[in-house]
Design a protein around this ligand. Structure first.
Ligand SMILES: [Zn+2]
Length: 293
């Protein structure tokens, strides 16, 4: 599967990463690494799990089907049985399933699965999502990343003592931040591939990616230029003789949110602000190319 390189959509996917890398470079190079966590929290679902109250641990008899699935897949991959948590509110989590190591007992490092919309998913989608998260544990992806982050931190410190603030700034912007995104995407494609192989079926993967793509495309506002023109016309009408401030503000807000959606999602249904996963269309294509053995 060679869909790791994701800068394949025109215009925004080339321009978007540059300010982002510069921004992350400034924060991580100068303000400190702690901001990394906050930015990642904003950006994806890697660190949204700070509030323990959001989770309820799933017991076997609450969801025996899900548990049996997790047990059989864990055995297949030779992994310890993970804990399963149900997330009650996850404003930041993008995916229905995610995995993380145990925050309370990091020394035990039990892989943990968080299921958000579990009851809403098809059986094959649950199979794929669980297998994908377990595949991260199987490949020890978190360890790879923390090794990388430690190496980056040491290099940043050395660069700081050699060149001052500009050292880590340039190192982060031009090298470590893009490389970290690349590692994330490589790990995600590896997890997809392993999950599909373990299940010996790409049905769940295809369903998952297809439905996400369709959802993203459905959310795209139609006739944006028309909306823009109408807003401008009504703005002109409303400015004189008596400005209707709330009406104008609401129209501008509406237009701005539509513009934001347009910027975030491509017409093909990909998310432009997700730099940690390969493009959905690429993941779908790779899943479709799988032949069961
Ligand atoms: Zn993943």
């Amino acid at each position: 599967m060679n869909y790791i390189e994701r800068l394949s959509e025109p215009l925004l996917d080339y321009t978007y990463p540059l300010p982002r890398y510069a921004m992350l470079g400034i924060f991580r190079g100068t303000v400190g690494r702690i901001v990394d966590v906050i930015l990642d929290h904003e950006h994806g679902s890697r660190f949204p799990y700070s509030n323990e109250n959001k989770f309820t641990k799933l017991e076997f008899d609450q969801h025996p089907v899900l548990y049996q699935k997790v047990i059989s897949l864990s055995l297949k991959m030779g992994l310890d049985l993970p804990q399963i948590f149900l997330i009650l509110t996850t404003p930041h989590a993008e995916s229905d399933f995610s995995s993380n190591s145990d925050k309370k007992n990091p020394q035990i490092s039990i892989p943990t699965i968080y299921a958000k919309n579990y009851p809403l998913l098809h059986k094959s989608q649950v199979d794929f999502s669980v297998a994908h998260e377990l595949a991260h544990a199987f490949h020890d992806h978190r360890k790879q990343l923390s090794l990388f982050k430690s190496a980056a931190l040491v290099s940043d410190l050395c660069a700081f003592f050699l060149f001052g603030v500009s050292g880590p700034l340039i190192l982060e912007t031009c090298f470590f931040t893009p490389l970290e995104d690349y590692i994330y995407r490589k790990q995600e494609s590896e997890a997809d591939e392993t999950a599909i192989k373990i299940l010996n079926s790409s049905e769940g993967a295809i369903e998952t990616f297809q439905s996400e793509i369709e959802m993203n495309q459905r959310g795209l506002p139609k006739g944006f230029i028309g909306d823009l023109t109408n807003t401008l016309i009504s703005l002109g009408k409303n400015l004189y003789p008596r400005p209707k401030a709330t009406e104008i503000i609401n129209q501008l807000k509406d237009l701005a949110s539509k513009a934001l959606v347009k910027l975030t999602y491509s017409s093909k249904g990909n998310r432009r602000d997700d730099h940690e996963h390969p493009l959905l269309t690429q993941r779908l294509e790779a899943a479709k190319s799988f032949r069961p053995v």
